[in-house]
Design a protein around this ligand. Structure first.
Ligand code: EPU
Length: 421
């Protein structure tokens, strides 16, 4: 299996284009199941997760054509041939569980494998199921599958979420767009990906108000139609590359970057010493002259500090002058990068959901690996300033969510390459 080799070197300079958002495009692809007309998505990133979800959708009868080298996806669910999303496909990608809402909404029936836990936590789906039951579906858990049926269709209702879950909000939203009457999702997720899903559904003819706020109101319609929708820039890729010049020094411009996608993260970066400027093409991030200032962070749903940038922020804090604490509140096991950073000479103590990081003046490269996407990329970032060679193994995690990461970083001067093993 391939690995990524990084050698710590000098400052970075140049520009990196930010790809379309992984966690947006996956939801928009599932929305294609809601109509018998074509849905065309543009600005699609080329990622392994998209190929995995394509397999799930094709297994349900959706036709998918890749155009412009994969930058455009044309999805056509004219005729659904199955309402069952198999374990073998769903276990590879949790986001496949997002087919549940569209399937039950359009066909009144869905059989979707329970996704199970993953490296970062148990990742329950109780709120997804509660939402469907409130909409009038009969839901049974059998043989590891969620069997949901609503032969007479779903009925609009109030869905209060006990936590602003991204996935539960999205399954509730996609189920409700074709329900009879009005649905109100309370304590809804406000993530840009969820808002982008609502925008796509609106382009397909859905009646939705309040997406991007804690209360989403959906007026059910009889049918949705085709549309063409662009994918928003990936805020997690943006945040990841904003950290690169802070660690390696220098300045890079992130083409397509927008502050409204990362409000709390940008604030914490500035506290740490980053100079962030808005440019006509995106955002420019420069490492200031002084040392990296230690900054305490607690992850939270949007607009709070994203859990998907916690590992990368920790890599940066490993080089800060002083000590800080990073609190993870979204997932119960999201510090797998800490023991690997320790192997590179970092000073990190993890206790429950809190990591205490004390900056060091130097780290050294090592062979490392991680069991999730964001943990893996944090090790690459740390490698940008570590002495010698860092080899990040299990590269398939990176390929799930970062498009051509080694090409993008080497274009701004990093010494990084993919090694075919
Ligand atoms: N939760 C429950 N019950 C539920 C649903 C969620 O207890 O019914 C819990 C989860 O166990 C977790 C927390 O709520 O502890 C947050 O889960 P949420 O549903 O908000 O997350 P998700 O939809 O499973 C998406 C992203 C994640 C991102 C989180 C939080 C996608 C495909 N995934 O997951 O992205 O970390 O929101 O922002 O959109 C990644 O890209 O690396 C990634 C993990």
């Amino acid at each position: 299996m391939d690995s990524i080799l990084v050698r710590g070197n000098g400052p970075l300079s140049g520009a990196i284009p930010i790809a379309g958002a992984k966690n947006t495009v996956l939801k928009l692809m599932c929305a294609a199941l809601l109509t018998d007309e074509p849905l065309t998505l543009t600005n699609v990133p080329r990622l392994a997760d998209i190929r995995t979800l394509s397999d799930v959708l094709v297994s349900l009868g959706c036709e998918i054509a890749e155009l412009s080298g994969g930058r455009v996806l044309a999805l056509n669910a004219g005729e659904l041939t199955s309402c069952k999303a198999d374990y073998d496909l769903v276990r590879k990608l949790r986001a496949s569980f997002n087919v549940l809402g569209p399937l039950i909404g359009r066909t009144g029936q869905a059989i979707v494998s329970m996704p199970g836990g993953c490296a970062i936590g148990a990742r329950a789906v109780d709120m997804h199921i509660d939402a469907l039951e409130r909409l009038g579906a009969k839901v049974e858990l059998k043989d590891g599958y969620v069997h949901a049926s609503a032969p007479q269709g779903l009925k609009g209702t109030e869905i209060p979420l006990r936590f602003a879950s991204v996935g539960a909000t999205e399954n509730a939203l996609t189920a409700a767009v074709l329900a009879k009457g009005t649905t109100v999702i309370k304590n809804a997720a406000r993530e840009p990906d969820t808002k982008a899903l609502a925008d796509c559904l609106i382009a397909m003819g859905a009646q939705i108000e309040g997406a991007g706020t804690s209360e989403i109101v959906i007026q059910g319609v009889d049918a949705l139609h085709g549309a063409t929708q662009g994918v928003i820039p990936d805020r997690i890729e943006l945040g990841t590359f904003m950290i690169a010049p802070m660690i390696a020094g220098g300045s890079i411009e992130l083409l397509g970057g927008r502050l409204d996608l990362i409000p709390s993260f940008a604030e914490k970066m500035q506290e740490a010493g980053a100079i962030i400027e808005e440019t006509p093409a995106g955002l420019k991030v420069t490492r200031g002259d002084g040392p990296i200032t230690p900054v305490n962070v607690s992850t939270a749903p949007f607009p709070g500090f994203p859990t998907d940038l916690q590992a990368q922020f920790m890599a940066m804090m490993c080089f800060a002058e002083g000590t800080c604490t990073l609190e993870e509140t979204i997932f119960e096991n999201r510090f797998m990068h800490a023991p690997e950073l320790l192997r590179m000479g970092a000073k990190v103590e993890v206790q429950g959901g809190t990591a205490r990081v004390t900056g060091v003046s130097e780290m050294t490269g090592a062979p490392v690996m991680a069991t999730d996407l964001r943990a893996s990329v944090s090790l690459i970032l740390a490698g940008l300033r570590s002495k010698g060679e860092t080899t990040v193994n299990r590269v398939y995690h990176l390929d799930r969510g970062y498009e051509r990461i080694e090409e993008k970083l080497s274009a701004v001067g990093a010494d990084i390459e993919r090694v075919k093993n």
